[in-house]
Design a protein around this ligand. Structure first.
Ligand code: FAD
Length: 296
């Protein structure tokens, strides 16, 4: 039996695995190889790894983990999880079962990209979600923002820190008059009408096209597609969840412990702030607390 099974072996999961390896705890990491930022040409803001590709960072972590004999990295999907403290079972896609005393869920979230021509081709390159991740390289350029909910209205004041050239595409949504006025006072241009396509060349965006035939040239479009947890295992285990600005997240305390004893969660699954730094911190915290909980 493992001390812990980690479901999801990306930034949060591998950060946890490193702590298990170093504390001589037997851990198995299950992973299907689809980190959320896999579409990004480069990754930014992770200390010591700035401007590497996501794959490079994860491959380096996997190479380093391979030197720890207590950690097993397994390319497999977890399809079922059940049990209680000290006696959890995880079933893999091939039917095999694994047992562990603790579980760490770090399977992240899946972004549901809109069915908008050009969006998927540009996602992670010139259609991006986060100014902290992508803003530095495009400071001073013309930024667009695709409206998706009232949360979108909080973005332009933040973006102003990087650029004065901001266009909000309402995408057919009605904006209250007072919100329009507040945005206009900040120098934000508002373009009404339904967006029909992202014009691009090999992922390099050139303009946002509108259903009425207009095209607005911009450099980069910020967008926040809806996302959901990448698996339903937290539901199968009966974990408490809470609503957040990005949707349902697994509820954890400051030690990353969920509502079910012995089950921990870390990374985007349990935190509305999508960030490699936050995910790796949470993964390490979850593993350290798990390790402590195993001391008799
Ligand atoms: C386009 C884009 C660009 C980004 N750029 C940056 C950036 O530059 N800097 C930054 O700090 N943040 C960035 N982020 C945010 C960052 O990607 C996330 O915060 C981070 O990936 C979260 O790590 P995680 O380990 O929680 O989840 P993920 O990295 O999403 O990993 C989850 C892992 O679990 C696996 N998995 C899923 N289900 C199962 C299952 N049932 N069984 C086994 N394995 C499973 C997946 O294959 C995946 O490998 C970006 C996000 C996006 C969408």
């Amino acid at each position: 039996m493992d001390d812990a099974i980690i479901i999801g072996g990306s930034f949060a999961g591998l950060a946890a695995a490193l702590q298990f390896g170093r504390t001589l705890r037997k851990a198995t990491v299950l992973d299907t190889g689809s980190p959320r930022n896999r579409f990004a040409s480069h990754s930014h803001g992770l200390f010591g790894h700035d401007n590497r590709t996501p794959r490079e960072i994860l491959e380096l972590a996997r190479q380093q983990l391979a030197t720890y004999p207590h950690v097993s990295l397994v390319d497999a999907r977890a399809v079922h999880a059940s049990g209680t403290l000290d006696d959890f079972t995880v079933v893999l896609g091939n039917g095999e079962s694994l047992q562990a005393r603790r579980l760490l869920l770090s399977y992240g979230r899946t972004d549901h990209l809109p069915d908008l021509p050009g969006f998927a081709e540009c996602w992670g390159k010139t259609v991006v979600p986060c100014p902290y991740c992508h803003g530095y390289e495009i400071a001073g350029q013309h930024w667009g923002l695709l409206y998706h909910s009232p949360m979108s209205l909080h973005m332009p004041p933040l973006y102003k820190h990087w650029t004065d050239r901001i266009t909000l595409f309402t995408d057919g949504h009605d904006l209250p008059a007072e919100e329009r006025q507040a945005l206009a006072e900040r120098g934000v241009q508002i373009v009404d009408g339904k967006v029909s396509a992202i014009r691009h060349n090999g992922g390099a965006l050139s303009a946002v096209e509108l259903a009425d035939g207009r095209a607005v040239e911009i450099h980069t479009l910020f967008a926040h597609p809806p996302s959901t947890p990448s698996s339903d295992l937290h539901q199968r285990l009966g974990l408490a969840t809470s609503a957040s600005p990005i949707g349902e997240i697994v509820t954890v305390d400051e030690t990353q412990q969920t509502s079910v004893p012995g089950v921990y969660a870390a990374g985007d699954l349990a935190n509305p702030m999508s960030s490699l730094t936050v995910a790796t911190h949470a993964g390490a915290m979850a593993a350290i607390q798990t390790q402590r909980s195993l001391i008799v």
